[in-house]
Design a protein around this ligand. Structure first.
Ligand code: PLP
Length: 445
């Protein structure tokens, strides 16, 4: 039995099934940059960056050194009771790099999920309003608050209710498909109308605390919004005392070429949350917001014993330093344009590619059964991913049909070229019917 098979057999015996979305039998042994080596020595190019949690790549030198140094000095003392320098430095740095021309404060947690819960708490406490509006097909996390704001998976919500009250969902302003089976997108105002009519009929504006957005909707299919939507939504929010909050857990920290993805949309957010890549892969999340909002929550409204531990904070400071000193924001923009051009060239060859979208190195490729109806071809998307996996590329499909392309920002141009050579081969195999009997049942979400 191979080492990978042995490890998976043990995992199947002891690891709770709810903690994994099934894709490939890949047991990762070690990794560097954008390269992964499995337990049996096979190499892969990582196009997923651990769900965008490794923007600075695997085992980045500065982050590894910072972790080692801090671990020798002190692993933890809870900031709920005491102070330490790394958390003060990190709060200052996050306030500095986050957009928004106002005084900011920062709160910390351990995951993107708890940072979303924090939005609910800070927004409710500051506004004195109860309701939160998020988007259909959003994914905000797995705690009760963040899960209540999510609307992407029945399995995630079944049998555990009741979820949090006071959460409403509006349609994401998809720039590719339209609303509920429509093939053409609506205008910004056309999408916004759904929300406005809710507020005119059953959801009083003055009882809404915050709207929470993913700029590019990640797990929902790397969807891009129609132009002008977020500007119009933010105007509506601010005219009605509703906070505008951005979940940048997946799209932040360079993924789209900017510190916060909201910078692409000419909108100032009242609250921004980060997670995933923040500490180079260690568990850390942050809420950055207007000081008056952040101070609006009672003491001790948001404390976690192991949040913001100095090791994670030093890893985060080293992550941000790496992004700055290695120009990774620009790298994301440049490599994103390079990859988008390569995908767009493939559009001309393969008519099952319905759409190539995204900003920077956050790209989605929508696989369709025909371009007219834009019907999702989930089987084809999974077949592509599985065949690519066999050929040494690590990529998954989300929202059924969308190839998720979010490599570490440190991926090299050679690795990108290798990737597109392999993808072209896989696409040809699919087009020639060579993947017809490929079994991908039970995979994905
Ligand atoms: C946009 C977004 N928000 C929140 C989360 C949840 O983060 P975590 O898994 O760290 O709790 C995710 C995870 O995929 C995400 O993509």
């Amino acid at each position: 039995m191979s080492k990978s098979k042995e490890i998976i057999a043990k995992d199947k015996q002891y690891y709770a099934t709810s903690g994994r979305i099934p894709y490939y039998p890949l047991v990762i042994d070690h990794a560097k940059g954008a390269q992964i080596i499995d337990a049996d020595g096979k190499k892969y190019i990582d196009l997923l960056a651990s769900a965008s949690a490794l923007n600075v790549g695997h085992a980045p030198d500065r982050v590894v050194a910072a972790i080692k140094e801090q671990t020798d000095k002190m692993i933890h003392y809870t900031p709920a009771y005491m102070y330490h320098q790394p958390v003060a430095d990190l709060a200052e740095k996050l306030a500095e790099i986050s957009p928004g021309n106002f005084t900011k404060k920062v709160a910390f947690g351990l995951s993107g999920s708890d940072a979303n819960d924090a939005i609910i708490k800070f927004a409710r406490a500051y506004t004195g309003r109860q309701n939160i509006v998020s988007f259909e097909q959003a994914y905000h996390g797995s705690t009760f608050g963040s899960l209540s704001m999510s609307a992407i998976s029945l399995g995630m919500r079944q049998k555990i209710g009741p979820l949090l009250p006071g959460i409403y969902h509006i349609p994401y302003p998809d720039a590719y498909r339209g609303l509920y089976g429509e093939t053409e997108p609506r205008s910004a105002e056309g999408y916004l109308q759904v929300f406005k009519s809710m507020t005119e009929n059953y959801l009083p504006k003055e009882e809404i605390a915050a709207v929470v957005v993913e700029t590019i909707q990640g797990d929902g299919g790397l969807l891009e919004p129609v132009p002008g939507y977020f500007r119009a939504l933010a105007d509506f929010c601010h005219a009605n005392g509703i906070l505008f909050a951005v979940d940048d857990v997946q799209q932040g920290l360079g993924r789209t070429g900017t510190w916060s993805s909201i910078e692409h949309f000419d909108v100032e957010a009242d609250l921004i949350i980060y997670g995933k890549s923040l500490a180079g892969g260690l568990p850390l999340s942050a809420v950055v917001g207007r000081a008056e909002i952040m101070d609006g929550l009672q003491i001790p409204g948001h404390v976690f014993t192991t949040a913001a531990n100095p090791v994670c904070c030093q890893a985060a400071l080293a992550t941000i330093q790496t992004i700055e000193e290695d120009n990774l924001l620009q790298a994301s923009t440049d490599k994103g344009a390079y990859a988008k051009k390569a995908f767009t060239d493939l559009v001309n060859k393969y008519d099952f590619i319905g759409d190539v979208r995204g900003i920077g190195l956050s790209i989605g490729v929508d696989i369709v059964s025909d371009r007219q109806s834009k019907s999702k071809d989930s089987q084809a998307a999974l077949k592509i991913c599985n065949r690519a996996y066999e050929k040494g590329l690590l990529m998954i499909a989300v929202a059924g049909s969308v190839l998720r392309f979010q490599p570490p920002l440190v991926i090299s141009y050679e690795e990108l070229d290798q990737t597109f050579t392999i993808l072209d081969e896989v696409f040809t195999e699919l087009a020639n019917g060579q993947l017809a009997n490929y079994d991908v049942s039970g995979q994905g979400w």
